[in-house]
Design a protein around this ligand. Structure first.
Ligand code: A2P
Length: 273
């Protein structure tokens, strides 16, 4: 797979296959430098969220990059705790203020439930919030809309009650957590899947079977893990604040053979310490 090859969303908007993840990068110099280096290294897709509290630094780095805005794809998210129509519109405006950009490429509902109540049934609220997201898509500067951390039933509820099927579902996905059922459902409904934490926040990198396989391909374990999610048909969103790693994570122009993909498919998250 050519990493330059974009994914095309159901509304025709293209997005680059590798995005720079900014979760857990503190606002300020650290985030500004990381995003600036990512863009300098060739990333054209940056993923942030109001809840990461680093949108201002992301926006500043994007604006200072010298790269035309139309060449960059910027995602942000509505915090999971905000579950009303009015709050959704308010948060979108806040995000745009923070970023200081004329438009957003993709806006996602961050999660179907508040983070302090994971798994809670917020179906009714999510249907209302999705109505607001559709309104944002119709009337605000936002090119595409979607969700994050949504299960099949969470997706089904808003598809049954809304007018637009989410264009993206950003999920926790990596070797050992391939989310077969959810990704199959998304594929069936033309919902592009994005994999956040493709390195399991770093936990996969020293896992012996992955280390061994990476040696075979003469790549780093991080590159192997990023390549895995791409070959599973998902967009990869690796995060790093380290310049060499930021560069390395984009250099994944190799192919994992089908038998090695099958081997990786058999690994389980519970095996990774
Ligand atoms: P750091 O940011 O200090 O460079 P994920 O993308 O799954 O959330 O994983 C992020 C974690 O993996 C971070 O701790 C990051 O460290 C680390 N990481 C990212 N890329 C690499 C790499 N190429 N080699 C080693 N560690 C990496």
């Amino acid at each position: 797979m050519n990493i330059k090859k974009d994914f095309v969303l159901s509304n025709g908007v293209s997005m680059p296959a590798i995005g720079f993840g900014t979760w857990q990068i503190p606002a300020g110099e650290s985030c500004y430098k990381a995003v600036a280096h990512a863009i300098k290294s060739g990333y054209r897709h940056i993923d942030t969220a109001l809840a990461y509290e680093n949108e201002q630094s992301v926006g500043q780095a994007v604006r200072d990059s010298g790269i035309s805005r139309t060449e960059l794809f910027i995602t942000s998210k509505l915090p999971a705790e905000f579950k009303s129509y009015d709050d959704a519109l308010y948060c979108f405006d806040k995000t745009m203020q923070n970023l200081g950009l004329e438009y957003l490429d993709l806006y996602l509902i961050h999660a179907p439930w508040p983070w302090d109540n994971i798994g809670a049934d917020c179906t009714k609220e999510n249907i209302e919030v999705w109505r607001a997201i559709e309104e944002i898509y119709a009337s605000k500067p936002c090119r595409a809309i979607g969700v994050s951390n949504f299960s099949v039933s969470d997706l089904q509820a808003i598809m049954d009650n809304g007018s637009i099927t989410p264009m993206v579902n950003q999920i926790r996905m990596f070797v050992g957590n391939a989310q077969q059922e959810l990704t199959a459902f998304c594929r069936q409904h033309s919902i592009v899947v994005e994999a956040y934490s493709p390195l399991a926040t770093g936990r996969l990198l020293k896992h012996p079977p992955i280390v061994e396989l990476a040696e075979k391909y003469n790549t780093s374990t991080a590159q192997l893990c990023i390549r895995y999610v791409l070959q599973k048909g998902a967009i990869a969103l690796p995060k790093s604040v380290t310049p060499e790693r930021i560069e390395q994570n984009l250099a994944v122009d190799f192919m994992i053979e089908p038998k090695d993909m099958a081997f990786l498919d058999l690994l389980r998250e519970s095996d990774v310490q």
